[in-house]
Write a protein that binds this ligand. Structure first.
Ligand SMILES: C[S@@+](CC[C@H](N)C(=O)[O-])C[C@H]1O[C@@H](n2cnc3c(N)ncnc32)[C@H](O)[C@@H]1O
Length: 220
């Protein structure tokens, strides 16, 4: 079967942005909170009831939710929350079969949900950020999660944080931002995996297209 190749990320930025450290430090020292829309509050309330006092695995930007299904099956003792802002993507999750009882999908902007989760002090065991939108234009640093004012909130959520990307510069910047913000050791690996073992649709597409994949992991 022929597969449509995904193009490699093309950017005039070939190394971590020189302004990254200054930006991360600026946000580290500021309390940032966007105004929360009612829809986000409702989404959080539903998720909060589902989670109750259980330990949680968060799959942020889960897309169609394939990785959330895998996580729910792998970790039946935890509640898994798959969150994405796209209703259309989340609606496609039914193709993976019956939803495991420990899995809930939440349609919400992560920026809002993360703040509410932090306030509610959920017990986050693991937090996954799989194949975020790379925003490869050099001027788009603040649209990447590590250049966004919400980055300290991501860190405050705790747990084992795992980020995967097909853009090396994104992985390097994410690692640097964590090193600036946290004392814990940060690991960056080149992922070696068979296409059949792809964890998410984007991971599968990138592997089929021959892209090198990167993973950054920290225990917060
Ligand atoms: C490149 S896709 C990756 C999807 C999935 N993780 C995968 O690996 O197949 C990025 C996903 O992040 C979601 N996303 C981007 N920004 C978001 C935000 N602020 N809040 C929630 N979801 C977001 C998009 O809707 C999209 O589904």
């Amino acid at each position: 079967m022929s597969v449509t190749k995904s193009p490699l990320i093309v950017s005039s930025q070939t190394a971590p942005n020189k302004n990254l450290a200054k930006l991360v430090q600026k946000y580290q020292n500021s309390e940032w909170q966007d105004s929360i829309p009612k829809q986000a509050l409702n989404a959080f309330q539903m998720a909060n009831e589902f989670v109750s006092s259980n330990k949680v695995i968060l799959d942020s930007g889960c897309g169609t939710g394939e990785s959330s299904y895998h996580l729910a099956e792998k970790f039946p003792e935890y509640k898994v929350i798959g969150v994405d802002k796209s209703t259309e993507r989340l609606q496609r999750s039914h193709v993976y079969g019956d939803r495991p009882v420990n899995l809930l999908f939440v349609q919400c902007d992560c920026v809002h949900l993360w703040g509410l989760i932090k306030e509610a002090m959920w017990n986050i065991e693991r937090h996954y950020l799989f194949y975020l939108n790379p925003r490869p234009k050099p001027g788009h640093l603040q649209r990447r999660w590590h250049g966004h004012p919400v980055f300290p909130t991501i860190i405050a959520l705790g747990g084992v944080l795992t980020m995967r990307t097909n853009w090396k510069v994104y992985a390097q910047e994410f690692m640097q931002a964590l090193e600036i913000s946290c004392s814990a050791e940060v690991m960056m690996n080149e992922l070696v995996l068979e296409i059949d073992n792809a964890f998410t649709p984007f991971e599968r597409k990138y592997r089929q297209s021959g892209h090198q994949l990167y993973e950054v992991v920290i225990t917060l």
